[in-house]
Design a protein around this ligand. Structure first.
Ligand SMILES: [Zn+2]
Length: 105
């Protein structure tokens, strides 16, 4: 018997991860603050790892076919600043640094 689950969980730096053996996908809760296509992209990326474990040409080709604009979406995520929630898990002192930087902008 096999089952697949997708959970929303707190991640330090990654937007998502998958465990093909356990058939589970974990998604960063902060994805809900991003455009819906970002969630689609991360979910698709992690789901594809059930079939292709690495980021080989096969993986990239499949992503290109399923979601031709995935590179643009990935760039959007890479450009996104850390949220307070992510920083809080790293340590309260980092929140003060982030607030200080925002005040100076
Ligand atoms: Zn990957």
């Amino acid at each position: 018997m096999s089952s697949s689950t997708a959970n929303f969980a707190a991640h330090e730096t990654k937007w998502g991860s998958s465990n093909p053996r356990l058939r589970t996908i974990r998604l960063n809760v902060d994805l809900v603050k991003k455009p819906a296509e970002c969630l689609d992209y991360v979910f698709m990326h992690e789901l594809l790892h059930f079939l292709v474990p690495d980021h080989s040409a096969l993986f990239v080709g499949a992503m290109d076919e399923m979601m031709p604009n995935w590179r643009v979406i990935r760039q959007t995520l890479n450009d996104a600043p850390l949220s307070y929630g992510e920083l809080y898990r790293c340590g309260p002192s980092l929140i003060e640094i982030a607030k200080d930087r925002r005040l100076r902008r």
